[in-house]
Design a protein around this ligand. Sequence first.
Ligand SMILES: [Ca+2]
Ligand SMILES: [Ca+2]
Length: 267
Amino acid sequence: MVSITQSNTWKRESFGIGRQTSNFSMSINKKGGMSRYDYLAIDDIEFMNCALPKKSNEICLGFKCSKNRGGCIDYSRVCDLTDDCGDRSDEEDCENKNFLATDFENGFGLFSQLKNDRYAPLTWDIRTGTANGHIYSRVGPPYDHTLSNSEGHYIAMTRGSAGAMNEKAWLISEVLRSVAKGECEMRFYYFMYGDKVNQLNIHTTTQKDGDYTLLWSQTGEVGNFWMRGTVMLNDTVPFQVVIEGKAGVTTNDLIAVDDVSFSAGCK
Ligand SMILES: [Ca+2]
Ligand SMILES: [Ca+2]
């Protein structure tokens, strides 16, 4: 599941284990031969964000999970395609509450490909399961974010066989509106793993001038896990969101995105 690069010093490694809905245990195995002079040492193992919110009697300023679990979560976590409460009560009835979301399990959903020979000749593709070579090198996700398994779909871009470094792939959303400033938030998950992985950008564009406004950007490796990103969308006129991937050096420098959702303040 994780490939560790050789080092003469202590090196921090982290990797995502996805959503586990039942009890689980982990084992650590070293593969391959070792000579008597080789040494592998592990210390300080930490589990981060592995617990569900605890039941509390304090006033909840965010969203209160169902009575069974009773936890309190941030409003930003409601209807973001992630079961933050632990009983899915934060993911119920989302369409009626006017949330918009795409998990890429049945196509591109709210998004469509925007291929442009001059500015964005590459494409985002829908993929499933482990990115080729994930176990042996630093490349792409081992599972999608929605289902945390090999059947789940996500979108990914690389330079491909014909592309070049810094070439772009664009995915554009349906036309959206923000009901008021600070009310329309985009939430998404991205996977950027590898020494030469390039850049992921979120822009908005309006029909008024067609210019792109850069709102969010990540350059270089984040880690061997799905990372959550949020962007506040404050355009006062109807706009579209553009998800832009910039190609890295090789076809292994893959950028993946999954579970894109918009809060109820986006229409
Ligand atoms: Ca949630
Ligand atoms: Ca998915």
